[in-house]
Structures are given as structure tokens and as C-alpha cells.
Design a protein around this ligand. Structure first.
Ligand SMILES: [Zn+2]
Ligand SMILES: [Zn+2]
Length: 356
């Protein structure tokens, strides 16, 4: 196979280096994807800047929000050749006891591009074929709902991760869903919880994100800096106004900050739940007895079960969950500059790196 892969490898804290490599024939059950777009996730920034260790040591190509076209296939994966695919951020092994028990998100033998092996900040990436979702054929892809292929990159992680959390928390009509942190993942949590029939409140530190959350379906947006008592009073008022239940609140923590986690914990109600979707290494202070007293539930959330990916794609291509206006296309050639700008918080949208 005569094909050169070009992209960026993380080689040290905050350091990316360009590389070129000849593509090999994909391994059994694996495919080579020509990347149409790869989103920059908060997790990538953690690996690159904050010393969060990747499973595979640097040098490593980061990036796990990948959409593209299969250009080569290994043994047993030939049927994927030429198809447009969404690559799950986490591919479970499919064989371990967790996978067999229907808990693929707890699989310890899963593969995550840009963590366990080279990822999508490149022209091509090799991934397992087993959990790919097809996006449809033709130009433009009829299965893409009028969206360009690169715009669907965020479905691989930013949309699917909150979908998993919302489904696991069994958010439904008559519920109040509270999204703490209305950033790149939270804004999809808002839309998905709303689509599930819940009244949704978003809580964030920035005015821009609060306004955006309302634009994308939140009935109420509150400043995270307000007193938790005032926040609770405003949420109870929202329940009265919308007919949502006064307890059993579904709290979705997507900020990945200590303050966000502590606030989310303070919003536990009888029969309620908290889903920890964001990550921070900082320890917080939580009175665990609230779980006991309220008979409440706390969930973790590592990625999304592959079985939910077609549903996530359908929500987006039907326009129920909107990505346009939330994503921004940038050139892969400018990756170091762009990732640095994302790290400095200068870009509000989810940036998708697109190879030239
Ligand atoms: Zn991610
Ligand atoms: Zn497994």
C-alpha cells in the first residue's frame, strides 16, 4: 500500500511534532480511515498540557473524535472498504465479562484512539472495525442530514458521552435534568435531556455558555457562582413552572471541575441521581451520606456503549440534536496553534481539525 500518513504527535508537555509515516496494511479486523475531521476534546488537553498520562506513552498521536472514510481494510474487515464511518471514542473488546454482561463501558480491554494507540490528529488513523457506525454513501452523504462529514466528528464523543449518561440516568418526561457545566459536552447533554422530555436547567460560570444553553433548549440557565441555596430555590421554582417533579432530579456533571462536582453533589434530591461525566484530578469534598439519606444514585460515565452510536447519529442527522453553530472547522496543518488557542480558552466552539 503506497500511502503516507501525515499528522502531529504529542512528544512532551504542550509539544506537538509533525510526522510522516508510510501506512502499513491494517491488522486483522482493523481498518485505515482517511480522517475527514477529528474534534479537539478537553481530554486531549489534559493529556497534552496537564500531565494526565495516556495509556500508550508519548510520542503519540492524540485525538479520539473521528469521522472519515475507510481506505484500507485488514483481514475480516473488507466490507468496510470505501464506507464513511464514525469511529467510537472507545471501542470495547467485546469478549470480556463486562462486554458479555452488557456493560461495555466498563471494559478494561477497550481501545481508545489517541490514548491506547495513535489517534485522529492526522490524515489517517487505523482503528478496530467492529464498532464503526456507517454514515451513508454519496455526495453529500444522504445519511448526514445536510451536514458535512467533518461536522459529525463530535458525535464520536461530545454527543455520545452525554447520551450514555442521559440514558443511564433514565431521564424522561416530567423529570428535571440539571446540567452542571454547559461547555462542549454539556450543551449536548442539554439537548439530549430536552429531547428525552425533561425540563432542563444548565449551570455554568460564563454568561456566553449560559446564553448558548438556553438557545439550545435549556429552560433556565444559572450562574455557577450563585449561592447553592439560591440555585436550589430557582430550580424548585422551575419545577413548579414546568410541572417537573420536585425531587428525583437528574444531575449531569460535565464541567470536570472540583467546584462543579461539589455543586452537582449539593443538588442531590430524594430518589435523584448524579452522573459524573467530566473529569478532574482534583479531589472534592462530598458528604456520601446524602446518597444514603436520599436513596439516591451516583453513576460514572466512561465513554458510550457502541450500541448507542446509531441513535446518536440519528438524533444529530434528524436535527433533534444540533451541532451546527457548536462546531468550528480548522486546518490540521495549523494544529499546534489551534490546540494552544483551545487550551487558552479562546475558542468557544468545538474545534474539528480537518486535513487539507
Ligand atoms: Zn473526549
Ligand atoms: Zn471487554
Amino acid at each position: 500500500m503506497d500511502l503516507t500518513i501525515r499528522g502531529w504527535r504529542a512528544v512532551g508537555p504542550g509539544k506537538l511534532e509533525s510526522f510522516e509515516a508510510r501506512a502499513g496494511v491494517p491488522g486483522p479486523g482493523r481498518v485505515l480511515v482517511a480522517v475527514a475531521g477529528c474534534g479537539i476534546c478537553h481530554t486531549d488537553l489534559g493529556y497534552l498540557y496537564d500531565g494526565v498520562p495516556t495509556q500508550h506513552p508519548f510520542p503519540l498521536v492524540l485525538g479520539h473524535e473521528i469521522v472519515g472514510t475507510v481506505v484500507a481494510a485488514g483481514d475480516g474487515a473488507g466490507e468496510w472498504n470505501g464506507r464513511r464511518v464514525l469511529v467510537p471514542a472507545v471501542s470495547p473488546c467485546g469478549r470480556c465479562r463486562w462486554c458479555r454482561a452488557g456493560r461495555p463501558t466498563a471494559c478494561r480491554a477497550s481501545l481508545m484512539p489517541g490514548n491506547d494507540e495513535d489517534g485522529g490528529f492526522a490524515s489517517h488513523v487505523e482503528v478496530p472495525a467492529r464498532w464503526l457506525s456507517e454514515i451513508g454513501a454519496g455526495e453529500p452523504p444522504p445519511g448526514a442530514g445536510g451536514l458535512e462529514l467533518w461536522e459529525l466528528a463530535v458525535v464520536a464523543d461530545a454527543v455520545t458521552t452525554p447520551l450514555q449518561a442521559v440514558r443511564r440516568a433514565q431521564v424522561g418526561p416530567g423529570d428535571l435534568a440539571i446540567v452542571v457545566g454547559a461547555g462542549g459536552v454539556g450543551v449536548y447533554a442539554v439537548q439530549i435531556a430536552r429531547a428525552a422530555g425533561a425540563a432542563v436547567a444548565a449551570i455554568d460560570v460564563t454568561q456566553e455558555r449560559r446564553a448558548r444553553a438556553v438557545e439550545y433548549g435549556a429552560a433556565l440557565a444559572l450562574a455557577a457562582t450563585e449561592n447553592p441555596k439560591d440555585i436550589k430555590a430557582a430550580l424548585r421554582k422551575l419545577c413548579r413552572a414546568t410541572g417537573a417533579a420536585p425531587d428525583g432530579w437528574r444531575v449531569l456533571e460535565t464541567s470536570g471541575t472540583r467546584a462543579g462536582q461539589e455543586l452537582a453533589w449539593s443538588l442531590l434530591t430524594p430518589g435523584g441521581s448524579i452522573s459524573v461525566v467530566g473529569y478532574t484530578a482534583a479531589p472534592g469534598t462530598f458528604r456520601l451520606s446524602n446518597l444514603m439519606a436520599y436513596d439516591a444514585t451516583a453513576y460514572g460515565n466512561w465513554g458510550c456503549a457502541p450500541a448507542l452510536y446509531p441513535e446518536a447519529l440519528a438524533l444529530v442527522t434528524a436535527g433533534t440534536v444540533r451541532v451546527r453553530g457548536l462546531v468550528r472547522r480548522e486546518s490540521l496543518a495549523e494544529a499546534p496553534k489551534i490546540i494552544e488557542a483551545v487550551h487558552r480558552g479562546e475558542i468557544a466552539e468545538r474545534v474539528v481539525l480537518v486535513p487539507a
